[in-house]
Design a protein around this ligand. Structure first.
Ligand SMILES: NC(=O)c1ccc[n+]([C@@H]2O[C@H](COP(=O)([O-])OP(=O)(O)OC[C@H]3O[C@@H](n4cnc5c(N)ncnc54)[C@H](OP(=O)(O)O)[C@@H]3O)[C@@H](O)[C@H]2O)c1
Length: 316
């Protein structure tokens, strides 16, 4: 099989090595070569988009649409394109592997295929870095040492110099993931974009205050119908409404919540794990949890997506 990997950063390089180990022919397209995409894509069986988001996802969208013009399936881990251009990409979704965009290795997006008219609520821990920071501080560790540990684990962006900066960056990431989750679940005709959310950025002082009371505070994304959820939360960061659904992202103290499902999440969600719970009107629950970001889990699901799109068994 021939792969064209767009983006030769951490994910692209690691993915390339794994594909070569599995007998693939791999070539890369770097940012300085973007003008040659249509020439270089010829002969590829799959295009992998592994670029950073420096715009609103337009660059990644152009690669995805470009590959589709050549009838080539695409696997992406970039979030901006699906979060901001869902309408344009929707006709190609069956030929796009996007498992890695939300929840990475945990494959939580696969749960949305079971969503139906009886679904009343989706509860998600969609950002492994935020989860790690709050879980660890909640277990009585010093916030600055936890930040340093998260940096060593490669969980924080290299440019983040403080815990507050890391939290702000990750909250933006969750907004994009919440939009993708809502859109992929097909909960409204009109897609949701990250810019549709009203957004209250917690100040460094507010973040310190949340961490101070950390206990089992987590950042939880909730998508629910009307008034089906009324638990207490500690700090609402973003919110949007669409066709009877409320989509919000809150810091919540889950261990003492008045909501049974949230309290249950305290057991599912440790370290840098991602979790998604889907609830229906009879109180039935389906849950999926697992390690989200990271080179190994992210590239594993990208390779699985590629094999699925090609209709082949995965051998790696
Ligand atoms: N790391 C993870 O665990 C993880 C997990 C899930 C999803 N993701 C997503 O995966 C993507 C890649 O992450 P990463 O950790 O590999 O980032 P990275 O190490 O910063 O690499 C990003 C690469 O993308 C290239 N690039 C940016 N714009 C481009 C363009 N228009 N055309 C071609 N190449 C372009 C950059 O090249 P230049 O620097 O040369 O411009 C760089 O080599 C991101 O969107 C990230 O959100 C990452």
């Amino acid at each position: 099989m021939n792969a064209l990997i767009v983006g030769k950063g951490a994910i692209g390089s690691f993915l390339g090595d794994r594909l070569v180990e599995n007998g693939w022919q791999v070539s890369f397209l770097t940012s300085s070569e973007s003008a040659y995409f249509h020439k270089r894509v010829r002969g590829a069986d799959v295009v992998f988009v592994a670029i950073s988001t420096r715009d609103d996802g337009s660059a990644a969208r152009a690669y995805i649409e470009g590959a589709r013009e050549h009838n080539i399936p695409v696997v992406t881990c970039e979030k901006g394109s699906l979060a901001n251009h869902f309408d344009a990409l929707k006709p190609h979704l069956s030929q796009i592997g996007f498992t890695a965009t939300v929840g990475g290795g945990s494959k939580i997006l696969s749960l949305v295929t079971g969503i139906n008219e009886r679904t009343t609520r989706l509860l998600g821990i969609l950002n492994g870095t935020l989860n790690f920071l709050f879980w660890k501080v909640g277990n009585k560790h010093d916030p600055h040492e936890v930040f340093e540990e998260a940096q060593k684990k490669g969980l924080c962006e290299p440019g983040n110099h403080s815990l507050a900066e890391a939290v702000h960056g990750e909250l933006n990431d969750v907004k994009a993931k919440a939009a993708i989750l809502f859109n992929v679940a097909g909960l409204s005709a009109e897609p949701l974009r990250p810019t549709d959310f009203s957004y209250s950025i917690p100040s460094a002082w507010e973040i310190a205050r949340l961490l101070d009371r950390a206990g089992n505070i987590r950042f939880v994304v909730e998508i629910f119908r009307d008034t089906s959820s009324n638990h207490r939360f500690d700090f609402e960061v973003f919110q949007a409404k669409r066709e009877g659904w409320l989509i919000r992202g809150n810091f919540v103290r889950i261990d003492t919540s008045n909501d049974d499902v949230l309290r249950g999440m305290a057991y599912l969600t440790r370290e840098e794990k991602n979790t998604l719970i889907v609830e229906d009107s009879s109180g039935n629950l389906e849950a999926r949890t697992g390690v989200g970001a990271g080179l190994e889990p992210t590239t594993s699901v990208m390779i699985e997506d590629a094999y699925r799109l090609l209709g082949l068994q995965k051998h790696c």
